[in-house]
Design a protein around this ligand. Structure first.
Ligand SMILES: N[C@@H](CCC(=O)N[C@@H](CS)C(=O)NCC(=O)O)C(=O)O
Length: 219
């Protein structure tokens, strides 16, 4: 039996960040799929009172909120470390993780990613073009800022991959499946090259929507 259980669904960028972190650590884990429509079931609300995914279970310890999960994994599985030792680089990692949660996800990914990818693919919905258009000014600002923070470094916190890259890459990858990528991502060559670097990693290849769907079927 695996030490780590991840309650999540195929297609969740936050869930993918947890799975990719476990992959980077070479840890054994299992996906415990949360069936669509059961996020607010008493069973799932007992794990996550806000009815979201992912949730990590480790030897009876249950924790939700992706940043908390990633930092917990980095502490209990210390090698390879995914947090820079240098305080300034660690602060940059933390900053980028908060940019992900507060500015990229809220009002950008949860609008454009939802209307372009999740809604059509999982719920058969048509994209709400007005909502997407309204999200674009913030989206441009967030992508511009992420490109600025990345600069010419290979990863957000410098030379080595950190939790920030693993949190942001699954969110950004979503946008490559949308027409908005042409204006949000493509103009930032450094961001495009970073994403290619991230997508080439075994941890990202092992946690694509398709691969997580296979895990869910096998669970
Ligand atoms: N702050 C949470 C956000 C998690 C989140 O929003 N997850 C999405 C899937 S990627 C979700 O569960 N959505 C369900 C809903 O909004 O009802 C975290 O960091 O884990």
């Amino acid at each position: 039996m695996s030490e780590f259980a991840v309650h999540s669904i195929p297609g969740s960028p936050f869930g993918r960040a947890v799975l990719a972190t476990l992959e980077e650590k070479g840890a054994s884990y299992r996906l415990s799929p949360v069936a669509p429509g059961t996020f607010r079931s008493p069973e799932h609300l007992a794990r996550h009172p806000f009815g979201r995914v992912p949730v990590l279970e480790h030897n009876g310890f249950i924790i939700y909120e992706t940043q908390a999960i990633l930092r917990y994994l980095d502490r209990v599985l210390p090698t390879p470390s995914l947090t820079p030792a240098d305080p300034k680089r660690a602060a940059r990692m933390d900053q980028v993780m908060n940019v992900n949660d507060w500015y990229l996800f809220q009002g950008v990914s949860n609008v454009i990613g939802f209307h372009r990818v999740i809604g059509p693919r999982l719920m058969g919905l048509k994209p709400d073009e007005a909502a997407i258009e309204a999200a674009m000014p913030k989206a441009r600002a967030v992508f511009g800022e992420l490109a600025r923070l990345l600069g010419e470094q290979p990863f957000f916190a410098g030379q080595a991959i950190s939790l920030a890259d693993l949190l942001v890459a699954p969110q950004i990858e979503f946008f490559t499946q949308t027409p908005e990528w042409a204006v949000l991502g493509v103009p930032h060559a450094n961001l495009v090259a970073w994403l290619a670097r991230m997508e080439a990693r075994p941890s990202m290849k092992a946690t694509t929507w398709e691969r997580v769907s296979e895990m869910a079927k096998a669970a």
